[in-house]
Design a protein around this ligand. Sequence first.
Ligand code: FAD
Length: 396
Amino acid sequence: MAVEETRSDEASREVRERARRFVAGARDLDEQSFLGAQFDAGLAWVHFPTGCGGLGQDPAYQSIVDAEVAAAGRAANWMRNPMGIGMVAPVLVEWGTSEQQRRLRSIFTAEDVWCQLFSEPGAGSDLAGLACRARADGDGWVVNGQKLWTTRAQVARYGFLLARTDPDVPKHRGLTTFVVDMRAHGVEVRPLRQMTGHSTFNEVFLSDVSIPDTFRVGPVGEGWRVALTTLANERNAIAADPASATEGPLGHLIAAWEASEGTNGVYRDAVVRLRSEMMVLGWMGQRQQHASDRSPGPDPALLKVMRATLNRRIADLALDLTGANGMLVPGYDGTIPRDDSVALTFLFGPAFTIAGGTTEILKTVIAERLLGLPAEPRVDKDLPWSSIPHGFDRPS
Ligand SMILES: Cc1cc2nc3c(=O)[nH]c(=O)nc-3n(C[C@H](O)[C@H](O)[C@H](O)COP(=O)(O)OP(=O)(O)OC[C@H]3O[C@@H](n4cnc5c(N)ncnc54)[C@H](O)[C@@H]3O)c2cc1C
């Protein structure tokens, strides 16, 4: 135990010193070059292998690097490429070829933004039932189908696609994952308007899109296992997003409460309770992020359900505290609201309970895999996908 502690102390000291040396040497670099240099120094994801932006270290040490980078006044880059950084990068490390792993640098620097092409009109919760079809064609594949709710497809350079390569086996077994060049011939992105007024997600139509076999990620027919890695990382990323007391839902709640103190002192207990729950959840999220076993499991599902539910409770209370003013979006000019506000936080709340797996579905995951309760009946599990009635036209 004493030896272990000494080893980990030494390792964390080395990471801190390396991060300090890097930050000092990169002081004058612009944002993009700084991120590139951070990747080259193995400080992008310290737990990734050397050459992939990491040092093969314990993931817990990433917070040491992040703290040094933040102390140097550099903003966290996660939001510049959330799908790429939060989901695609760990999947490429686990499943990608060394050629595919060369994409990690431009993912970290956000030179290449990525989107996730999983959900379809007929397949969201039942993702394994999807219909988008990839057919082998010479040295590559030809893809036809429609994707839905694709966040950031309008700006993405690459998409991470889950498609059906064999319709004649049970649904989970006939899937394969691919990288899609979003500028390829046959890729059409149509924005969707959300109730907040924004258009952050889209419909994506894929018509005879050619994909080289070198863009396949993981073995043919193993797409479901690759997708599970992606989804666990997505839930991890949503749950671990640090809750700020000055921004986001909690920031709005605290600002609303401070503004109404005296008249609404009665809400103090509720505000403190929600803030405490968010802090606890933040720590649980950090623990999950730093866990050495980050393979797909039910824990991210638990965190994600808690986070989504808490966000809604916080937004509800913020709206109550703000009263009629909470309906207003400051600066709204009838087009796209640009300001974060209580109203937008409230309107966006339900999205968190759906994105990355709905609360109902994740509760089933928790019930079955964490609590060991009897499994839901799944009558189509062993049937060939092609023999299941789908109730929609599917590409033949
Ligand atoms: C903000 C946002 C961003 C998103 N971004 C992306 C993206 O970038 N890429 C992508 O691929 N997808 C994305 N999605 C899609 C998201 O993954 C799906 O919306 C989600 O998986 C639910 O699928 P669905 O919308 O088809 O709903 P459905 O699966 O049709 O579900 C409808 C309702 O039925 C319930 N339900 C369904 N099955 C069961 C069951 N067995 N037991 C109990 N209840 C059930 C659900 O919980 C839900 O309430 C995004 C969604 C949102 C809201």
